[in-house]
Design a protein around this ligand. Sequence first.
Ligand SMILES: *Cc1c(COP(=O)(O)O)cnc(C)c1O
Length: 367
Amino acid sequence: MSDTVPPQPGIMQIALYEAGTSHLAGRTDALKLSSNENPFGPSQKARDAVARAVHQMHRYPPTDHAALRQAIAEVHGLDPDRIICGVGSDEIIHFLCQAYAGPGTEVLFTEHGFLMYRISAMAAGAAPVAVRERERTTDIDALIAGATPATRLIFVANPNNPTGTMVALDELERLARAVPQAILVIDAAYSEYVSGDYDGGAELAARLPNVVMTRTFSKIYGLGGLRVGWAYGPRAIIDVLNRIRGPFNLSGPALDGAEAAVRDRAHVDHSRAENARLRGWLAAALAERGVPSDTSCANFVLARFADAATAEACDAALRDAGIIVRRVAGYGLPHCLRITIGDEASCRRVAHVIGQFMAERARGAAL
Ligand SMILES: *Cc1c(COP(=O)(O)O)cnc(C)c1O
C-alpha cells in the first residue's frame, strides 16, 4: 500500500494550483480573459519555426539551449553564459527553491504574490512566509523587516500578478542589499508590458551577487502552451541551477519556437502598444461605471468591487454573457476580479457587461 510511504514533510500541505478557468458549460464561444494570455497569439515566425521543428521530433533536443540563449542574449544585451532556460519560469522558480531552500529555511513573498512561490517553497520543505503589501503594492520595508537569518529566497513579481502594480528598481536594489543572506528573485513575467525602456531587473541581476531575474515566453510572446521561461543571474547561481536541470527539459519545438519568437521584435512591440492603449481604455471605462482599479503596468487590470459578494455577482453576470475572468480570492483579494486585456472587441464586451451589471445594482439599491 503506497500510503504507508509518507511523502516529504510539507508536500501534503500544498493546496493544488488552480489555473484560470478556460471553459463555460454549454458554450463553445466563451471569451477567456482569465490567464493573461496574449490575444494576438504567438508571432507567425514562432508558429512557422514550431511547424518546421516537428520534422525533427525523432531527435533528442540539444541539452545546452545554446541557440536560444544566444538569441535572448543578443536581443537583451546579456551574457549568454548567465542565462538558464526552463519549462516556463515555473520550473526555474522550482529549481531556485530546490537548490536554495529546504527544511529550516524561509522563503519570502508578498501578500498578494504569485501562488507558485508558496507551492515551490513547500515542495522543498521550506517555510513559506507572506509579507503584507501596502495598498496592493510591494512594501520593501515590510520585506526587509520580514527577513530573518533563515531567509534564503525572496520572490517579488514586478509588475505583480494579480495586482498589476510595481515598484522601482532602486527599491529592489535596496532590498537585495539589506538582505544579503538571501537571493532576491525578480519575477519579470510582465516586464515587456511596462512602458518605456524597462529592463525587468536585468542590469541588477548583472551587477549584484544575490539577484536573479526570471522571464517567460507565456505572456507577451503568446506561447503559454509551449512552456518556455528563462532566468538571468550571477554565474555561480546559474551554475547551481544547471546542476538540477534535466538535460532535455526543453523540447526541440519549444527551443525553436522561443528562439524565433524572441527575435520577432515587431510582434512584441505591436502587442505592447495595443495592450497599453486598451488597458488605459478599459481602466477608464470601468472607473466611469463605478469600478476602480490600481494603475496597472501589466496585461490585466484588477477590478475592485465594494465587497466579495458584489465581485462574485459580477463574475456570474460575466459568465452568463460568456466571459471568463479570474476570481482572485485565493490571492487574498475576494472583492476583486482580474481581467486580462484582450483585443478591442473583447475589452468593449467586458466594459459593456460590467456597466450593465453596475447599473442594475444601482437601480436595485434605489428601489
Ligand atoms: C504567468 C506568470 C509566470 C509565467 O509562468 P510560466 O511558467 O513561465 O508560464 C511567472 N510569474 C508570474 C507572476 C506570472 O503571472
